[in-house]
Design a protein around this ligand. Sequence first.
Ligand code: ANZ
Length: 844
Amino acid sequence: DETYDFARIQQRWLPVWDSIRPFATDDETDTRPRKYVLDMFPYPSGDLHMGHAESYAYGDVLARYWRQQGFNVLHPIGWDSFGLPAENAAIRRGADPAEWTAANIAQHKRSMRQYATAFDWDRILHTSDPAYYKWNQWLFLELYKAGLAYRKPSNVNWCPNDQTVLANEQVVDGRCERCDTPVVKKKLTQWYFKITDYADRLLDDLNQLEGRWPEKVLRMQRNWIGRSEGAEVEFEIEGHPGTVPVFTTRPDTLYGATFMVVAPDSDLAAELVAGADAEVRMRFQAYLDEVGRMTEIDRQSTERVKTGVDLGRVAIHPLTGERLPVWAADYVLADYGHGAVMAVPAHDQRDLDFARVFDLPVTVVVDTNAAVTGVMPAIPLDEDGNAVLPDALPDLDPKSTGEALTGDGRMMNSGELDGLSKQHAIGRMIQLLEAKGVGRAAKSYRLRDWLVSRQRYWGTPIPIIHTADGQEVPVPQEQLPVTLPDPAGLDLTPKGTSPLGAAESWVNVASPIDGSPAKRDADTMDTFVDSSWYYLRFLSPNDDTQPFPREQVERWAPVDRYVGGVEHAILHLLYARFITKVLFDLGHVPFTEPFESLLNQGMVILDGAKMSKSKGNLVTLSEELEQYGVDAVRLTMSFAGPPEDDIDWKDVSPTGAQKFLARAWRLSKEQLAKPGSDPKPGDRGLRRETHRFLADAPGLVEGLKFNVVVARLMELTNATRKAVDSGPGAADPAVREAVETIALGLSLFAPYTAEDMWANLGHEPSVANAGWREADRSLVKEQTVTAVVQVNGKVRDKVEVAADITEADLEAAARELPGVARAIGDATIRKAIVRAPRLVNFVV
Ligand code: ANZ
């Protein structure tokens, strides 16, 4: 059969691979150097889509490449199978989420095999498997015992539609990430992980990842952690015990503080208002209700007119002793800094807006018209050479202009700080505060503790038992996993309390302490807990005695190359980094960062737009595979451009990829020299092309220039075809060498075609086991030049020749050229003028 038939080739090789399992990883006896290539594991909802196809194509290039280069490669896959999609689908269809999940995983598996992903099928896992979540519970208890998991009543983000709590990260522009419903605040007791204890390390260690993670991801993580440096200043409030700290990035402006503002939803506000008169309490309560309905984004919006309530309390300025009014206002957030600010309206726009609405005093303490640098700017001159004096300097009167003076300048109205620049004044003020014992240098973070409990069924049960007298008791390790109760008979629709609580026989247990009646914690874990450490579980997914064996961790981890979408730039990667650091601190792993390098593939889009079912512009992977075949789709992904760039499916050509594959494949069907023939006597020009590819491809793959490798394969294919048709012919051993090299190169991008070519070339499967070939450096170095061939002085053809070609060889090569033959026709050559290596002129 001489025609390239992708369907036949796919059918031929899939069962062979299933039986020889070329990608099963041996980690016991194999002593070769190791690489761990990991693709972000998918949610098992629906079938694989174009995004998966892209990401797995890239992960596979890397896994296959390292293997080919002689590494022992670990490239596993699993499913992030807990979470809302399964549960919501189950609710819609009245089915068990476990069954829905199993069916989807089975479909994914079929599609992944068909897509020829080089996964180790002996190491699969899914997080909703009790064999997995047993260790998720272990992890929870490790954090609990280390004081890093705790419960507190707090305002949580609440999605009224999904009836569930959301982590800050799941609130996008004030809306639920999943269903786009505006998120509100609700007070609930929830479990948290103390990620804020790790804020500095999570931030500082990003420097280690510089150059190995995309700059954009590093930036997003830095912003998310959001470290601000400044000071804490203590204020006394009349009639209130102790002092109240505020966080400020501008301690230099303390003399300009004219009032204090507390977050209405903070404990402090509740305490302060409790002592106020009835009218204030009523006004405050009404305000609080209003604020509860607002999103964080709305609260901080600069567009809205500022609102607030005077609490009728008095704060004492720690330096001047002045009496400052205390207000509650929604632009101050309860869970940032200390939930209270010293308001400096002259220099902070939000405070100024507020002061203007409620007519509060404004004191300027930085003269922003005063130069700080000491260097006088050149004064511009007019046509007559007279100095053009600037318009009057801007007024230092923010109360009337409405513009806060946020720039640098010289301190004024600030006692001992007068005349200093901002930076100096900040340092001096901190010294002053420390000397007086009313403040200190401090940092504040945007990062909050990680809310890990969910009031949903389809997740890992939290392994804590609550006794009747309110104690929290960890479920003993030998009783793990705490498995989910049978969902039959449970109402899974979201109500704000966990459906597990209604499973009487499950939730009611004897206290592990004294056997008295107790209750299981009915919440389940955020699925980001599951994915925060799964990369370690792949090292021994079937071990039920430990989460991951130490020696395997030392062998394989951390992950060398992690491949996945930029949508996980913050949540998942930050949590995985945090949990890795916790595991390091607890002595379970010997490293502090989980992913040595990260590849974020771009998106597959259509006509410039993100594809989605609702927009109706979905390209369906299975249909593309049906039409073009697996290899053409994979090759198209790799050829489209740098992997980080988006791929517009409108601009690419799977048909072109298919044609190229057919061209390459047909070469393997030529009457080639015997397998194992010595290529040395073969055509030098073609050999040079082959060895240049062998020399360049590894660096290109490692530099993630997959598209360039494919382009080079196309060039080599063309050169080989030319050698067969109009050169030394198919039987030249250089042709076999070239075709074998094409098969090796293609095996990274088009595994079916490469395998079939390899078989046509007379080799045993699998080409994935065939290794790479060392480039012959002497061939690579050899210079070539383009010789121009003329007939009667007219250019008729060109030929690539070695720079040191002899005159006789050049003349002989020139005679063979088709353009020359055509021009000469029946005429006889009277004279050949040969100037090696650049020119031949035949006179006829
Ligand atoms: C006085 C001041 C004067 C401030 C000035 C700024 C400029 P970042 O940079 O985001 O960390 N702030 C503190 N806690 C807050 C809270 N819970 N809700 C809202 N705002 C809060 O911002 C730190 C600044 O935000 C702090 O510095 C404080 O206002 C305000 F000329 O203090 B500043």
